[in-house]
Design a protein. Sequence first.
Length: 222
Amino acid sequence: MTRILIVDDEPQILRALRINLIARHYEVEVAGDGGAALRQAADVSPDLVILDLGLPDIDGVDVIHGLRGWTQIPIIVLSGRTGNQDKIDALDAGADDYVTKPFSIDELLARVRAVTRRTGLQEAELAKIQIGEHVVDLTSKTISGNIRLTPTEWYILELLLRNPGKLVSQRQLLAEVWGPKHVKETHYLRQYMTQLRRKLEPDPAHPVHLITEPGMGYRFTP
C-alpha cells in the first residue's frame, strides 16, 4: 500500500485529504509543520509527500531541500502561493509537481497517480513509450515511422519521458541540456519543443503529450 505524508498547518485540509486518500486505499501520515514533516519522513519512509509551503516554523522550500539531502521520494507541493517565482523555487529545490490552492481533489489525485507511476518506471517500459501514433524507444534511441531527432531533441525528450506526469522546470532542462550558464535562455526550449511537437504530436498546434506549463516548464502526459 502506498504511504503518503501530508504536511499542512490547516487542520481542515489535513482532514479532507486524509479522508479522501484513505477512501482510495492509501496509507496516510500527517504533519502540521516542517520540523514534524522531516521527522515523520525519516521515521515512516513515505512513498510520497504532499507539502504546503506556508508552514509555521520552516518554509516549505527549505523542507524540500532537507528531504532532498537524503531521499528522492516524490514531493507534490500543495500551496496557496500562486506566483511563478514560488513555483520555480519549489521545483528547483526538488519538488516533482505543484498544485495551487484552492484545488480540485480529483486533479490532486491524478497528480498523485502520475507521480507514483513515474517512480515505478522500469527500463523495459522505456522501450515502449507511446506518443500519438509513434512508439519511442529510449534504450535504442529510435522512433517508429522513421522519425529522426537531433541529439539535443533526444536529450530534451528523454528528460521528459523519463518523468511521466512530472512538471520539469525550465531551469532544470536548460541546465542539464545546455549547462548552468544558460538557465535564462528560455527561447532555446521554445524552439526545440516546437520542433519535437511537429515530429511527434498528432496536432502540433494543440499538443496533448508534450505540454507547456506557462512560466514554469514542461510535462510529458502519456
